[in-house]
Design a protein around this ligand. Sequence first.
Ligand code: HEC
Length: 106
Amino acid sequence: MPNRLTVLRAGIAAGILLSTAQAGAEVSRAELIVSTCLACHSGNASDGGNATIPDLTEGYPGFLVASQMKAFRDGTRPATVMGRHASGYSDAEIQALADYIDVMNR
Ligand code: HEC
């Protein structure tokens, strides 16, 4: 029969596990979104990529990703595909993916 302390400890452990799992889910969500970007945005002309689409894996700063995604979404920056693409993301998602790209590029 578990005593009160054991039950309390189990509860705390479960709480820690749960918060760790949630933090992990956030990171992998940003990673998942960014992996869709990299289908177009990785590599440059010399290494087999598209010369007209900037490589987001080589030093592209996160703050610029965020501002440009919002400009595409708002239509203040004209685009072929990015306006459509950016319209699917909330401010929080744009911030999360921009932060992910920023850290990835350090
Ligand atoms: C289907 C290919 C494709 C995908 C997928 C894609 N992009 Fe783009 N991206 C483009 C193209 C093409 C442009 C040039 C603007 C335009 O014509 O839409 C661009 C432009 C940009 C720019 C501006 C770059 C600059 O310096 O001028 C940023 C930032 C950007 N994309 C971020 C993203 C992010 C973040 C994602 C993922 C959420 C993403 N893109 C997904 C094709 C793509």
